[in-house]
Ligand binder design. Structure first.
Ligand SMILES: [Zn+2]
Length: 383
């Protein structure tokens, strides 16, 4: 550990200050919101999204990870400023949008590193409660696998659609997961990998630039106000919908420049993460796994998932189309709970039918490599 001449960095940020300041007011302050307590308060950027010795481990030389992240932050900070001014120029006089797209694409690896940093430090991918030191090891393992991050970046850049969202009032919020994700569709799968993992199909990613701009990458059916290859200016209702998804991605905190949109998003935060599942297969095998909290962009998909998890759908099992629905509505099954029941049954069939060929193991690797496999052999890159 050397002579100890070097000063240890005590307060370490898991969201870089160069990004936090883009969400601050002109005094360098942000509103920080605690998602569980649903409490907001004003704080300085230098105190926000930080903890004492976030990335230190007794077996690792002091400040190693701090330096690694500082190096990245030192060039992502100016890059973010360049991107924002390119967007402002585009709005004034039609800067080439494809050029902006390429500029933003070129930092995909860095966005993903920030995403994994938050995930590992704030308790993602861990089967049971990990100590802070164990989380540092998880983080290092993730970052060492740079080939994975490279391939994942290529998947997003080559296969997802791209656009920008804009809030004229500077009302976007930022979650401590850094990149926020949501599934655009239920995919009849719930073991091993979340529906909203980066790199999967039918997923939307929100990458923060500032309180005025978010970068969006998506695959699948996006809402009408998120159109590819342009800047989409959001009205208040649309903005609240996006902020709700972003805040639901938070582990502990979100921040925003303005209090009202932050508080509105916090009021709708649901704690469902991380979820442990035990899956039983026809072969007799069982598997347990941790699934990232499910977040669906559309309310109707959320309803199916809640219904599935409640196991209420099982009581509709023996009903025929024209039977009276068992929920007590008095309506025919086909006009009431049939669609949602069939969706749940498809999920269960999927689990049962894939049991013999796909026994999942719970490991960091399995949660990250499946997203790329989903594309394998099915898609040719966009030009
Ligand atoms: Zn019903």
């Amino acid at each position: 550990m050397g002579e100890g001449k070097e000063q240890k960095v005590i307060i370490q940020h898991y969201i870089p200050q160069c990004i936090l300041k883009n969400f601050s007011n002109d005094k360098g302050q942000v509103y920080e919101g605690l998602v569980m307590e649903k409490k907001t308060y004003l704080t300085n950027v230098s105190n926000s999204m930080a903890e004492r010795f976030t990335y230190e481990h007794s077996l690792i030389e002091a400040n190693i990870l701090e330096k690694y992240f500082s190096r990245i932050e030192n060039y992502i900070g100016p890059a973010f400023s360049r991107i924002i001014s390119a967007l402002e120029k585009y709005e004034e006089n039609s800067n080439d949008f494809k050029k902006i797209n390429r500029l933003i694409n070129s930092y995909m690896r860095e966005y993903l590193i920030f995403y994994y940093r938050s995930g590992a430090l704030l308790h993602e991918f861990s089967h049971e409660q990990k100590s802070p030191e164990d989380r540092v090891l998880l983080l290092i393992r993730k970052l060492i696998s740079s080939d994975y991050i490279k391939r994942l970046s290529e998947t997003v850049v080559n296969h997802y659609s791209f656009c920008i969202l804009k809030s004229n009032e500077g009302n976007f919020v930022l979650s401590d997961q850094f990149v926020s994700t949501a599934a655009l569709k239920i995919k009849n799968r719930f073991t091993n990998v979340s529906n909203r993992q980066i790199g999967l199909k039918q997923v939307i990613l929100f990458i923060p630039l500032s309180k005025n701009y978010y970068v969006v990458y998506f695959h699948g059916k996006s809402p009408i106000y998120i159109c590819e290859d342009k800047i989409n200016e959001l009205n208040t209702e649309q903005l609240n919908e996006v902020n709700k998804v972003i805040i639901n991605n938070s582990y502990k905190k979100s921040v925003g420049c303005n209090k009202e949109p932050l508080e509105l998003g916090l009021s709708e935060f649901e704690f469902r993460s991380p979820v442990t599942y035990l899956a039983g297969y026809k072969s007799g095998a069982t598997t347990g796994s941790v699934v990232k909290k499910e977040i669906f962009f559309y309310r109707k998909d959320e309803e199916v998932m809640e219904f599935f998890e409640s196991t209420d759908w099982l009581k509709f099992k023996s009903l025929e189309r024209n039977d009276i629905c068992r929920c007590g509505s008095g309506k025919k099954f086909k006009k009431c709970h049939m669609d949602i029941y069939l969706e749940c049954k498809r999920m269960m069939d999927h689990i049962e039918n894939n049991g013999d060929s796909r026994i999942y193991n719970v490991s960091e690797r399995s949660t990250t490599e499946l997203p790329i496999n989903e594309w394998f052999g099915h898609v040719t890159p966009k030009e």
